[in-house]
Design a protein. Sequence first.
Length: 312
Amino acid sequence: MTALQAVPDVEPTEASRVNPREKTARRLLGSSAKNSYSPDLDIDWDAEPVEGMWHMQPERMSLYGTALWESLTQEQRVELSKHEVISVARVGLWFEILLMGMLASHAYNQDPASEHTQYALTEIGDETRHSVMFARWADKYGGVAYKPHPVVHHLGKVFRLVAPTGPSMWAATLVAEELLDRLQREGMADERMQPMSRMVSRIHVIEEARHVRFAREELVREMEKSHRGPVLWFHQVFAAAAAAIIAESIISPKVYESVGLDPKQAHRTARRNPEFQETKRWMGEKIVPFLDEVGMINPVARFIYRRAHLMS
Ligand SMILES: [Fe+2]
Ligand SMILES: [Fe+2]
Protein backbone atom coordinates (compact mmCIF):
# COMPACT_ATOMS: atom_id res chain seq x y z
CA MET A 1 0.00 0.00 0.00
CA THR A 2 1.43 3.32 -1.00
CA ALA A 3 0.22 6.60 0.40
CA LEU A 4 -0.27 9.07 -2.43
CA GLN A 5 1.64 11.75 -0.68
CA ALA A 6 2.86 12.69 2.77
CA VAL A 7 3.30 16.25 3.93
CA PRO A 8 4.36 17.54 7.30
CA ASP A 9 1.88 19.16 9.67
CA VAL A 10 1.32 22.85 9.05
CA GLU A 11 0.66 25.40 11.76
CA PRO A 12 -3.08 26.18 12.06
CA THR A 13 -4.12 29.49 10.60
CA GLU A 14 -5.91 32.10 12.69
CA ALA A 15 -9.18 31.33 10.89
CA SER A 16 -8.97 27.61 11.59
CA ARG A 17 -8.42 28.32 15.31
CA VAL A 18 -11.66 30.21 15.66
CA ASN A 19 -13.99 29.14 12.83
CA PRO A 20 -15.45 25.60 13.18
CA ARG A 21 -15.92 25.31 9.40
CA GLU A 22 -12.25 26.13 8.82
CA LYS A 23 -11.22 23.89 11.70
CA THR A 24 -12.92 20.87 10.15
CA ALA A 25 -11.46 21.68 6.72
CA ARG A 26 -7.97 21.91 8.20
CA ARG A 27 -8.32 18.53 9.89
CA LEU A 28 -9.64 16.95 6.69
CA LEU A 29 -6.83 18.50 4.63
CA GLY A 30 -4.32 17.03 7.09
CA SER A 31 -5.94 13.60 6.85
CA SER A 32 -6.04 13.82 3.03
CA ALA A 33 -2.33 14.59 2.94
CA LYS A 34 -1.45 11.70 5.22
CA ASN A 35 -3.94 9.08 4.18
CA SER A 36 -4.68 9.05 0.47
CA TYR A 37 -4.22 6.26 -2.02
CA SER A 38 -3.19 5.96 -5.60
CA PRO A 39 -5.31 3.09 -6.99
CA ASP A 40 -2.94 2.86 -9.95
CA LEU A 41 -0.16 1.75 -7.62
CA ASP A 42 -2.07 0.35 -4.67
CA ILE A 43 -4.13 -2.19 -6.60
CA ASP A 44 -2.64 -5.10 -8.51
CA TRP A 45 -4.82 -4.72 -11.59
CA ASP A 46 -3.28 -7.76 -13.32
CA ALA A 47 -4.20 -10.13 -10.49
CA GLU A 48 -6.64 -12.84 -11.51
CA PRO A 49 -9.64 -13.49 -9.25
CA VAL A 50 -9.19 -16.26 -6.67
CA GLU A 51 -11.39 -19.18 -7.65
CA GLY A 52 -14.46 -19.60 -5.47
CA MET A 53 -14.12 -16.33 -3.56
CA TRP A 54 -16.99 -13.84 -3.57
CA HIS A 55 -16.74 -10.42 -5.21
CA MET A 56 -19.59 -9.16 -3.04
CA GLN A 57 -21.15 -10.45 0.19
CA PRO A 58 -23.75 -13.03 -0.99
CA GLU A 59 -26.25 -11.97 1.70
CA ARG A 60 -26.31 -8.45 0.23
CA MET A 61 -26.93 -9.59 -3.33
CA SER A 62 -30.22 -8.76 -5.01
CA LEU A 63 -31.54 -12.30 -5.48
CA TYR A 64 -30.33 -13.76 -2.18
CA GLY A 65 -33.09 -15.75 -0.49
CA THR A 66 -35.27 -16.15 -3.59
CA ALA A 67 -36.18 -19.32 -5.50
CA LEU A 68 -34.19 -17.91 -8.42
CA TRP A 69 -31.10 -17.76 -6.18
CA GLU A 70 -31.68 -21.39 -5.17
CA SER A 71 -31.81 -22.35 -8.84
CA LEU A 72 -28.26 -21.03 -9.45
CA THR A 73 -25.16 -23.15 -9.00
CA GLN A 74 -22.45 -21.94 -6.62
CA GLU A 75 -20.28 -20.95 -9.61
CA GLN A 76 -23.14 -18.89 -11.05
CA ARG A 77 -23.72 -17.15 -7.72
CA VAL A 78 -20.03 -16.21 -7.49
CA GLU A 79 -20.08 -15.01 -11.10
CA LEU A 80 -23.18 -12.92 -10.39
CA SER A 81 -21.45 -11.41 -7.33
CA LYS A 82 -18.77 -10.08 -9.67
CA HIS A 83 -21.34 -8.39 -11.89
CA GLU A 84 -23.40 -6.99 -9.02
CA VAL A 85 -20.38 -5.40 -7.30
CA ILE A 86 -19.27 -3.90 -10.62
CA SER A 87 -22.77 -2.51 -11.16
CA VAL A 88 -22.62 -0.85 -7.73
CA ALA A 89 -19.20 0.64 -8.60
CA ARG A 90 -20.38 1.77 -12.02
CA VAL A 91 -23.34 3.62 -10.49
CA GLY A 92 -20.97 5.02 -7.85
CA LEU A 93 -18.81 6.36 -10.71
CA TRP A 94 -21.86 7.99 -12.33
CA PHE A 95 -22.74 9.78 -9.11
CA GLU A 96 -19.14 10.78 -8.37
CA ILE A 97 -18.89 12.61 -11.69
CA LEU A 98 -22.06 14.54 -10.81
CA LEU A 99 -20.67 15.22 -7.34
CA MET A 100 -17.41 16.57 -8.75
CA GLY A 101 -19.49 19.10 -10.74
CA MET A 102 -21.43 20.10 -7.61
CA LEU A 103 -18.25 20.50 -5.57
CA ALA A 104 -16.67 22.60 -8.34
CA SER A 105 -19.76 24.89 -8.38
CA HIS A 106 -19.59 25.10 -4.59
CA ALA A 107 -15.89 26.03 -4.68
CA TYR A 108 -16.53 28.59 -7.44
CA ASN A 109 -18.63 30.64 -5.03
CA GLN A 110 -16.20 30.51 -2.11
CA ASP A 111 -13.00 32.25 -1.11
CA PRO A 112 -10.14 30.15 -2.57
CA ALA A 113 -7.93 31.20 0.33
CA SER A 114 -10.20 29.43 2.82
CA GLU A 115 -9.32 25.92 3.89
CA HIS A 116 -12.95 25.01 3.34
CA THR A 117 -12.60 25.72 -0.40
CA GLN A 118 -9.24 24.01 -0.52
CA TYR A 119 -10.76 20.92 1.06
CA ALA A 120 -13.65 20.94 -1.46
CA LEU A 121 -11.03 20.98 -4.25
CA THR A 122 -9.07 18.21 -2.54
CA GLU A 123 -12.23 16.11 -2.37
CA ILE A 124 -12.66 16.51 -6.14
CA GLY A 125 -9.16 15.00 -6.41
CA ASP A 126 -10.25 12.00 -4.28
CA GLU A 127 -13.36 11.49 -6.41
CA THR A 128 -11.33 11.69 -9.62
CA ARG A 129 -9.13 8.84 -8.42
CA HIS A 130 -12.16 6.85 -7.24
CA SER A 131 -13.87 7.26 -10.60
CA VAL A 132 -10.77 6.04 -12.44
CA MET A 133 -10.52 3.13 -9.97
CA PHE A 134 -14.17 2.13 -10.50
CA ALA A 135 -13.86 2.53 -14.27
CA ARG A 136 -10.78 0.34 -14.37
CA TRP A 137 -12.36 -2.29 -12.15
CA ALA A 138 -15.54 -2.33 -14.25
CA ASP A 139 -13.50 -2.53 -17.44
CA LYS A 140 -11.50 -5.48 -16.13
CA TYR A 141 -14.69 -7.48 -15.61
CA GLY A 142 -16.55 -6.24 -18.68
CA GLY A 143 -19.10 -4.28 -16.67
CA VAL A 144 -18.58 -0.77 -18.05
CA ALA A 145 -22.10 -0.92 -19.54
CA TYR A 146 -23.76 -1.27 -16.13
CA LYS A 147 -24.57 2.40 -16.04
CA PRO A 148 -27.88 3.71 -14.73
CA HIS A 149 -31.00 3.56 -16.90
CA PRO A 150 -30.82 6.00 -19.90
CA VAL A 151 -33.60 8.12 -18.35
CA VAL A 152 -31.57 8.44 -15.15
CA HIS A 153 -28.46 9.23 -17.19
CA HIS A 154 -30.34 12.05 -18.95
CA LEU A 155 -31.75 13.29 -15.64
CA GLY A 156 -28.13 13.50 -14.52
CA LYS A 157 -27.34 15.75 -17.50
CA VAL A 158 -30.18 18.11 -16.54
CA PHE A 159 -29.07 17.90 -12.93
CA ARG A 160 -25.58 19.06 -13.94
CA LEU A 161 -27.06 22.19 -15.45
CA VAL A 162 -29.48 23.06 -12.68
CA ALA A 163 -27.77 21.33 -9.75
CA PRO A 164 -29.18 22.87 -6.61
CA THR A 165 -26.72 24.08 -4.06
CA GLY A 166 -27.76 24.05 -0.44
CA PRO A 167 -29.21 21.28 1.72
CA SER A 168 -30.27 18.90 -1.05
CA MET A 169 -26.81 18.91 -2.61
CA TRP A 170 -25.27 17.77 0.68
CA ALA A 171 -28.10 15.38 1.51
CA ALA A 172 -27.95 13.66 -1.91
CA THR A 173 -24.17 13.44 -1.59
CA LEU A 174 -24.48 11.86 1.84
CA VAL A 175 -27.04 9.32 0.69
CA ALA A 176 -24.82 8.17 -2.21
CA GLU A 177 -21.71 8.06 -0.04
CA GLU A 178 -23.24 6.46 3.04
CA LEU A 179 -25.26 3.76 1.26
CA LEU A 180 -22.09 2.60 -0.50
CA ASP A 181 -20.01 3.00 2.66
CA ARG A 182 -22.23 0.58 4.55
CA LEU A 183 -21.80 -2.08 1.88
CA GLN A 184 -18.07 -1.56 1.44
CA ARG A 185 -17.25 -1.32 5.13
CA GLU A 186 -18.78 -4.75 5.68
CA GLY A 187 -17.23 -6.13 2.48
CA MET A 188 -13.66 -5.04 3.22
CA ALA A 189 -13.71 -7.00 6.51
CA ASP A 190 -15.20 -10.16 4.97
CA GLU A 191 -12.59 -12.88 4.50
CA ARG A 192 -14.71 -14.70 1.93
CA MET A 193 -14.20 -11.79 -0.46
CA GLN A 194 -11.79 -11.42 -3.37
CA PRO A 195 -8.62 -9.45 -2.43
CA MET A 196 -9.31 -6.91 -5.20
CA SER A 197 -12.85 -6.24 -3.94
CA ARG A 198 -11.55 -5.80 -0.40
CA MET A 199 -8.81 -3.41 -1.49
CA VAL A 200 -11.13 -1.24 -3.62
CA SER A 201 -13.56 -1.09 -0.69
CA ARG A 202 -10.82 -0.27 1.78
CA ILE A 203 -9.47 2.63 -0.29
CA HIS A 204 -12.95 3.99 -0.82
CA VAL A 205 -14.08 3.63 2.81
CA ILE A 206 -10.99 5.39 4.19
CA GLU A 207 -11.21 8.33 1.82
CA GLU A 208 -15.00 8.63 1.94
CA ALA A 209 -14.99 8.97 5.73
CA ARG A 210 -13.61 12.49 5.19
CA HIS A 211 -16.25 13.32 2.59
CA VAL A 212 -19.02 12.17 4.90
CA ARG A 213 -17.71 14.35 7.72
CA PHE A 214 -17.46 17.36 5.41
CA ALA A 215 -20.96 16.90 3.96
CA ARG A 216 -22.64 16.16 7.32
CA GLU A 217 -21.30 19.37 8.84
CA GLU A 218 -22.22 21.42 5.77
CA LEU A 219 -25.74 20.00 5.80
CA VAL A 220 -26.19 20.94 9.48
CA ARG A 221 -24.95 24.48 8.70
CA GLU A 222 -27.26 24.74 5.71
CA MET A 223 -30.25 23.66 7.82
CA GLU A 224 -29.41 26.32 10.38
CA LYS A 225 -29.85 28.93 7.66
CA SER A 226 -33.40 30.06 7.14
CA HIS A 227 -34.60 27.68 4.43
CA ARG A 228 -38.37 27.76 4.83
CA GLY A 229 -41.62 26.98 3.04
CA PRO A 230 -41.51 25.86 -0.60
CA VAL A 231 -37.72 26.18 -0.84
CA LEU A 232 -37.19 23.80 2.07
CA TRP A 233 -39.90 21.49 0.70
CA PHE A 234 -38.09 21.35 -2.66
CA HIS A 235 -34.78 20.47 -1.02
CA GLN A 236 -36.39 17.76 1.10
CA VAL A 237 -38.21 16.14 -1.80
CA PHE A 238 -35.31 16.56 -4.25
CA ALA A 239 -32.95 14.77 -1.86
CA ALA A 240 -35.46 11.95 -1.32
CA ALA A 241 -35.97 11.54 -5.07
CA ALA A 242 -32.20 11.42 -5.61
CA ALA A 243 -31.91 8.79 -2.87
CA ALA A 244 -34.66 6.67 -4.44
CA ILE A 245 -33.03 6.87 -7.89
CA ILE A 246 -29.65 5.85 -6.47
CA ALA A 247 -31.15 2.92 -4.51
CA GLU A 248 -33.11 1.75 -7.55
CA SER A 249 -30.12 2.05 -9.90
CA ILE A 250 -27.41 0.24 -7.96
CA ILE A 251 -28.10 -3.13 -9.59
CA SER A 252 -28.42 -2.91 -13.36
CA PRO A 253 -30.87 -5.50 -14.79
CA LYS A 254 -28.11 -6.37 -17.28
CA VAL A 255 -26.09 -8.13 -14.57
CA TYR A 256 -28.43 -11.12 -14.65
CA GLU A 257 -27.52 -11.91 -18.27
CA SER A 258 -24.05 -12.92 -17.03
CA VAL A 259 -25.52 -16.10 -15.51
CA GLY A 260 -28.11 -16.76 -18.20
CA LEU A 261 -31.13 -15.29 -16.37
CA ASP A 262 -33.84 -13.28 -18.07
CA PRO A 263 -32.98 -9.69 -17.05
CA LYS A 264 -36.60 -8.52 -16.82
CA GLN A 265 -37.78 -11.44 -14.74
CA ALA A 266 -34.72 -11.42 -12.48
CA HIS A 267 -34.99 -7.64 -12.01
CA ARG A 268 -38.66 -8.00 -11.04
CA THR A 269 -37.76 -10.79 -8.60
CA ALA A 270 -35.00 -8.64 -7.06
CA ARG A 271 -37.32 -5.64 -6.62
CA ARG A 272 -39.85 -7.79 -4.78
CA ASN A 273 -37.24 -9.69 -2.79
CA PRO A 274 -37.83 -8.93 0.95
CA GLU A 275 -34.18 -9.80 1.69
CA PHE A 276 -32.95 -7.20 -0.80
CA GLN A 277 -35.43 -4.65 0.52
CA GLU A 278 -34.02 -5.32 3.97
CA THR A 279 -30.49 -4.85 2.59
CA LYS A 280 -31.49 -1.42 1.28
CA ARG A 281 -32.93 -0.46 4.69
CA TRP A 282 -29.69 -1.64 6.28
CA MET A 283 -27.72 0.49 3.81
CA GLY A 284 -29.84 3.51 4.76
CA GLU A 285 -29.73 2.83 8.50
CA LYS A 286 -27.06 5.42 9.26
CA ILE A 287 -27.88 8.25 6.91
CA VAL A 288 -31.68 8.32 6.76
CA PRO A 289 -32.21 8.86 10.54
CA PHE A 290 -29.57 11.62 10.35
CA LEU A 291 -31.48 13.35 7.55
CA ASP A 292 -34.63 13.05 9.67
CA GLU A 293 -32.87 14.48 12.72
CA VAL A 294 -31.65 17.57 10.86
CA GLY A 295 -35.09 18.27 9.37
CA MET A 296 -34.57 17.01 5.82
CA ILE A 297 -37.54 14.63 5.83
CA ASN A 298 -41.09 15.93 5.34
CA PRO A 299 -44.13 13.63 4.83
CA VAL A 300 -43.66 13.44 1.03
CA ALA A 301 -39.95 12.69 1.42
CA ARG A 302 -40.77 10.03 4.06
CA PHE A 303 -43.15 8.37 1.60
CA ILE A 304 -40.40 8.35 -1.06
CA TYR A 305 -37.77 6.89 1.31
CA ARG A 306 -40.24 4.17 2.35
CA ARG A 307 -41.18 3.33 -1.22
CA ALA A 308 -37.45 3.03 -2.01
CA HIS A 309 -37.07 0.67 1.01
CA LEU A 310 -34.54 3.02 2.57
CA MET A 311 -36.56 3.36 5.78
CA SER A 312 -39.31 1.34 7.47
FE1 LIG B 1 -15.72 8.28 -3.91
FE1 LIG C 1 -17.07 10.91 -1.80
